[in-house]
Design a protein around this ligand. Structure first.
Ligand SMILES: [Zn+2]
Length: 462
């Protein structure tokens, strides 16, 4: 039997035990937003890891703890850092769940529970793969480090300091994580980066109180107009941002990345139908994926002023608020972009207050590195279908912490079924996705172990 066949047979033989271990983890609530059961879950995860031969411990942070683990293989020179998060989203509304969120239940080939897909059912595949390979005598020559955090669903507030403090402990050659759903076609997704984000609030003030719009409208300034006029100076109608220096550090896609973009399935008419729109916005010369992965945006994510309730109210508002969100691409820097937005506001509407609400840097690893190609091939072999390879994900994730703070190539794959219902009621993972995920992790370890260590130490970008 080939290595692949032996791993698959091993998974099949211990199927119910593997599912049982996941259910044990799912049964323990770990809602970081509510502080519900998180510490207890860290202990459960540590115990599971220890039972799988991993030297594991719970490490404190300023918030919820990190569960850290190491698995050393004699003679191995390569180190993989495996990331995941054991905290989950709040399960509310409870009444929308067919079975209770913390009582894992199997129906129609799926395991239903909060965290089944996001992320317990995916992070545990790495742990299960270790014992499987060890028991079969197939553990490849690769050292593994595990960092499972308990605050990802609350935007990882303690992770930056944890990584800085423990940079030496976390030293590795490559970062790998499994999170998110597969493509609607069932193909797994491998991605190499994420966009960054800067959230900004602008507040304009007029009179010291709301006024009668008939008795005062005209001579008294209206802060809603102040903001509208300010916003209209920030971009062209096609979406290109006019803030000075906004595009200075944008890195265009490489030829290989363009090739990857062209291979991602995209049906423009279907997307329009699904979203109920008749046309796309943005510069017409840029494709959907080029906009999402390689172009920064400036979006209005909230606006409030005056009165929009039932009936009519003749009011001249005293205040207007708008929230802007810039999504950033490599190599833009969130602090630099915030400073540029603030300078723009000072120039065009100096009386408007500018507040920074959130920041996260973009991150991008080259899909052309040997380790990038090796992981794409392993995922393709595990799922039996070519992965959808995305140079960058439109959304944001704490990737940059690992690429910038630890200087690692950062590579993500998605194991869960497309309809995992993450962040929603009836979250689930199909048993097939879960078991194939274990196989995928095992193959990833084997393929990374087979790389020449010298090839791995290519400096990461972004
Ligand atoms: Zn999530």
């Amino acid at each position: 039997m080939s290595l692949e066949e032996r791993i698959r047979a091993g998974i099949e033989a211990r199927k119910s035990e593997l599912i049982g271990t996941l259910c044990r983890l799912l049964r323990q609530p770990s809602v970081s937003a509510q502080g519900l059961g998180v510490d207890e879950c860290a202990a459960v995860l540590r115990d599971i890891m220890a039972a799988h031969g991993i030297a594991a411990r719970v490490m404190p942070t300023a918030g919820h703890p990190v569960v850290y683990g190491e698995y050393q293989v004699p003679g191995a020179h390569t180190i993989m850092l495996l990331y995941g998060h054991y905290d989950v989203q709040p399960p509310e509304p409870y009444e929308a769940w067919v079975s209770p969120p913390f009582e894992p239940t199997i129906r129609d080939g799926r395991i239903y529970a909060r965290g089944a897909g996001d992320n317990k059912g995916q992070l545990i595949t790495h742990v299960l793969a270790v014992k499987l390979l060890a028991d079969l005598g197939l553990m490849p020559k690769v050292n593994l480090k595990f960092i499972f955090e308990g605050e990802e669903e609350s935007l990882s507030p303690s992770l930056p300091a944890f990584l800085r403090e423990h940079a030496e402990l976390l030293r590795a050659d490559v970062f790998y994580a499994a999170d998110g759903p597969r493509h609607p076609s069932g193909r797994p997704v491998v991605f190499f980066g994420v966009r960054g984000v800067v959230g900004v609030e602008l507040v304009a003030r007029g009179a010291n109180r709301d006024l009668h719009s008939g008795e005062f409208g005209g001579p008294v300034p209206n802060p809603a107009w102040t903001l509208v006029e300010l916003l209209s100076t920030m971009r062209f109608p096609d979406g290109r941002v006019t803030i000075e220096g906004f595009y200075d550090r944008v890195v265009p896609p490489t030829a290989y990345e363009r090739e990857l973009l062209a291979r991602i399935p995209f049906d423009a008419e279907e997307v329009k139908r699904d979203l109920g729109i008749t046309a796309f916005a943005g510069p017409p010369d840029l494709s959907w994926y080029e906009q999402l992965m390689f172009q920064p945006t400036l979006t209005i994510s909230g606006m409030a002023s005056g009165y929009t309730g039932p009936g009519v109210k003749g009011v001249l508002p005293s205040e207007a608020v708008v929230r802007l969100e810039a999504r950033l691409v490599a190599d833009q820097d969130p602090d630099d972009i915030f400073a540029k937005i603030a300078r723009h506001v000072r120039r065009y509407a100096p009386e408007v207050e500018v507040r920074l609400l959130s920041r996260s840097a973009p991150s991008k690893t080259s899909p052309e590195l040997p380790v990038s190609r090796a992981i794409v091939a392993a995922i393709g072999d595990a799922f039996g279908v070519e992965p959808v390879v995305k140079p960058v994900l439109g959304a944001s994730a704490p990737s940059y912490l690992f690429s910038q703070t630890l200087g690692l190539p950062v590579i993500w794959a998605t194991y869960a079924n497309y309809d995992e219902h993450n962040h929603a009621p009836n979250e689930n993972i199909t048993i097939d996705s879960f078991l194939t995920g274990i196989y995928a992790s095992a193959l990833v370890f084997a393929r990374v172990a087979a790389l020449d260590p010298a090839e791995l130490r290519v400096p990461a970008t972004g």
